[in-house]
Ligand binder design. Structure first.
Ligand SMILES: [Zn+2]
Length: 445
């Protein structure tokens, strides 16, 4: 590590891995994609859906793992943008009973996406919704069971065997409200089905010395696929896949050579639950929006946020960040769409971590690059730093955080070995925007 440090202001805080590593990676129902595939195969609307969604119809199988990709960085989008919105500003739990709280908001959000957004955006929101339904039917989520037995009870099956050929998907309701009630009832039956089976096979599976796929876990996966088929059939009945002319649309441009070149921009209507991502060329549209005048916020990784009235949104140029190419999302804190309490893409550091303050969204870094990390206008007592994290797909905290006082407003350093992502930390008891005016992490030239 290289830095312009003096030893008195550089403090290394070693944090025990177990305090930081989230358990998400081990809590994934093995065959999400296969459950989704089996449900797609029996849909009466499957041909229409394949035509409407194009490549995204197959991609839905991957999108059904969206909530397991939380806080990760994909080349093509940030999964968090299909998991969080003002109605659900924080990540949800995937186990019973908490997972049941996801059905209503994600059902309405998926319907909203089908009605108002482009097919790729809708496919991704549907992926988030069906993940939670599929999780509800995993034996270890339905019961619920943690630890080693959790892994066995959701992975000891061959995903390729999942099939519900001949099943006729059921309509869960004829309007949004009755369909939601129908979905909640359907999920309740799914949970009961898988919970009973988890209890019946627990002792047998626990006694096994090595992996043996269990037909009864396959049964649970098939029942999950039936529930997802019912849900998809209902979504496509309530929101038939019919394109209509846009009610609000525009095109965004951004400075050249920004990081993550395949990233789109994100468009949010402030004070509403409406949001969408542009295509890679910056084009975006909503259809069937309530007629209204909106304040439109547009952000893109590496650029500064623009906020315009809907009358002026046809062509918007995102300004560069200060300094240019800032890798910290919302590093100037200008965007507040998710909640009024804090800037988007910033969260309080979890209480388990001994540091008090704020952590940024996930930042993509490379271990052979020197970075400049800095803060502007720090209030007395503020400290700041970096937390190096592992992979882009499932970031975990590596063992070291670097923390500085604000005496020196910028440092240069390289990531620790194996770091692929980072979070910028602002340590303060104050609200973030009272502690500093902006922060940055940029490659040093
Ligand atoms: Zn899950």
């Amino acid at each position: 590590m290289k830095s312009t440090r003096s030893s008195s202001i550089l403090v290394f805080l070693s944090l025990v891995l177990t305090l930081c590593a989230p358990p998400t990676a081990t809590l994934a129902w093995g065959p999400h994609g296969e459950v989704t595939r089996a449900a797609q195969e029996v849909l009466p609307e499957r041909e229409k859906a394949a035509a409407y969604f194009g490549n995204e119809w197959r991609s839905l199988q991957g999108y059904s793992s969206m909530p397991d990709m939380r806080n990760s960085v994909r080349e093509d989008f940030f999964p968090n943008d299909f998991l969080l919105w003002p109605k659900v500003p924080k990540h949800s739990q995937h186990m019973m009973p908490e997972v049941a709280a996801t059905y209503a908001p994600y059902f309405h959000r998926a319907l909203q996406a089908l009605r108002t957004e482009t097919p790729p955006n809708a496919a991704r929101w549907i992926g988030s919704l069906i993940h939670y339904i599929e999780d509800s039917g995993a034996p270890c989520h339905a019961k619920p069971i943690k630890g080693e037995m959790h892994k066995r009870l959701e992975n000891w099956l061959n995903g390729k065997d999942i099939t519900i050929a001949g099943y006729e998907p059921q309509l869960l309701g004829k309007d949004d409200a009755s369909a939601l009630r129908g979905l909640q009832e359907r999920a309740k039956r799914l949970v009961a089905y898988s919970k009973e089976r988890a209890e019946n096979i627990y002792a047998k599976v626990e006694a096994l010395q090595q992996r043996e796929d269990q037909p009864v876990i396959l049964e649970c996966a098939n029942e999950s696929a039936r529930a997802v088929a019912d849900l998809l059939h209902t979504l496509f009945t309530l929101a038939p896949m019919t394109p209509s002319s846009p009610s609000l649309a525009g095109r965004v441009t951004w400075p050249a050579k920004l990081p993550l070149p395949k990233q789109p921009a994100k468009v949010m209507l402030l004070g509403t639950d409406y949001s969408t991502l542009t295509d890679t060329n910056g084009a975006w549209s909503f259809q069937k929006l309530p007629a209204n005048s909106y304040r439109v916020a547009i952000e893109r990784y590496g650029a500064s946020t623009a906020i315009v009235q809907s009358d002026d949104c046809a062509s918007v140029k995102l300004p560069p960040t200060d300094p240019p190419g800032n890798l910290v999302r919302n590093g100037d804190f200008k965007l507040r769409w998710l909640t009024a309490n804090a800037p988007d893409f910033w969260n309080p550091i979890p209480a388990t971590q001994r540091l008090k303050g704020w952590e940024s969204d996930t930042i993509r870094v490379r271990s052979n690059v020197v970075y400049r990390v800095g803060i502007a206008d720090p209030q007395p007592g503020v400290r700041y730093g970096v937390r190096w994290r592992s992979s882009t797909s499932s970031p975990k905290t590596l063992s070291t955080n670097v923390v500085w006082s604000a005496d020196i407003a910028e440092h240069e350093l390289t990531p620790v070995p194996y770091a692929a992502t980072a979070q910028l930390l602002v340590l303060s008891n104050k609200p973030l925007t009272n502690a500093v005016s902006r922060v940055w992490l940029v490659p040093a030239k």
